[in-house]
Design a protein around this ligand. Structure first.
Ligand SMILES: Cc1cc2nc3c(=O)[nH]c(=O)nc-3n(C[C@H](O)[C@H](O)[C@H](O)COP(=O)(O)OP(=O)(O)OC[C@H]3O[C@@H](n4cnc5c(N)ncnc54)[C@H](O)[C@@H]3O)c2cc1C
Length: 233
């Protein structure tokens, strides 16, 4: 059975959510995850899953069992020819991209930081930029999840609707234990940053989006800067 404790306080990155679940468990295997769900089910309770705790939404809040998959963080299969990478779902994006680089591979797209777990990032539709690049979940081509009844469900690339539903499921379809990601060859990005006026960028936003593979604006509102300044890259 997994390592569970009772004196854990969850607090998210922004310090906007804080609670103490009755039980906090860190499973070290898929079998542990199944045992935790069945144990909760036997008591008529449910289980919530947290990743890196970077979300502002309160989907993880519970007074019963909270689990975190930080110990399920291994790379499993790198199929370099087919550009598929299978990994345990608790891995943080920063570790995932380091592992991929060792095999000459990379994620198609990422957001502005990489502290999130892959399961947490896909579950909320975390996105980067780029009109022709999808969000992170659009790269997911398969996964395993433990359902609310403690069954292990394997979802394949050919399972169209089911895969689409599971990709951005905010923890409600089950606990994702493994994902297979469509990856691309390792690449370098040429990256420029400019300070500009907000209205000027908005006037040209369609052109800037068309002409750049990726385009991002940081709007520097007070107290960081006057409200018409922004940083474009
Ligand atoms: C500084 C900062 C920068 C950010 N930048 C961006 C950005 O550039 N683009 C963007 O789109 N978003 C961005 N975000 C939002 C962030 O990517 C999302 O909130 C993401 O969900 C956080 O992942 P996490 O691992 O911390 O998950 P958590 O916040 O811990 O969980 C998020 C959701 O995923 C579910 N979940 C987690 N693990 C599992 C699992 N194993 N199985 C099933 N469900 C699971 C949880 O139940 C919950 O519903 C940013 C957030 C911060 C704090």
């Amino acid at each position: 059975m997994a390592d569970c404790k009772s004196n854990y306080t969850f607090e998210n990155w922004a310090h906007t959510l804080k609670f103490k679940p009755e039980r906090f468990c860190e499973p070290a295997s898929e079998a542990d995850v199944i045992a935790i769900v069945k144990d909760a089910l036997a008591r008529g309770e449910t289980v919530r899953t947290q990743g890196g705790g970077h979300s502002w939404s309160d989907f993880v809040v519970t007074d019963k069992t909270l689990i975190q998959l930080d110990k399920l963080n291994k790379g499993l299969i790198a199929d370099v020819l087919k550009r598929r990478y299978t990994v345990q779902a608790g891995i943080r994006l920063k570790d995932l991209i380091n592992n991929l680089a060792l095999d000459g591979l990379a994620m198609k797209n990422l957001g502005s930081m990489t502290e999130q777990s892959i399961a947490g990032a896909i579950s909320t539709g975390t996105h980067g930029t780029g009109l022709r690049l999808g969000n992170i979940s659009s790269s997911i081509v398969g996964m395993k999840l433990v359902t609310g009844t403690g069954d292990l469900l394997t979802i394949k690339e050919s399972d169209g609707d089911l895969l689409d539903a599971a990709r951005v499921s905010i923890g409600t379809l089950g606990i994702i234990t493994e994902v297979t990601i469509e990856v691309v060859p390792l690449y370098d990005l040429d990256h420029n940053t400019y300070f500009c006026k907000f209205d000027d960028v908005i006037d040209k936003i369609d052109t800037l989006n068309q002409e750049n593979e990726r385009f991002l604006i940081w709007w520097l509102v007070a107290p960081i800067g006057p409200k018409d300044n922004c940083c474009a890259r």
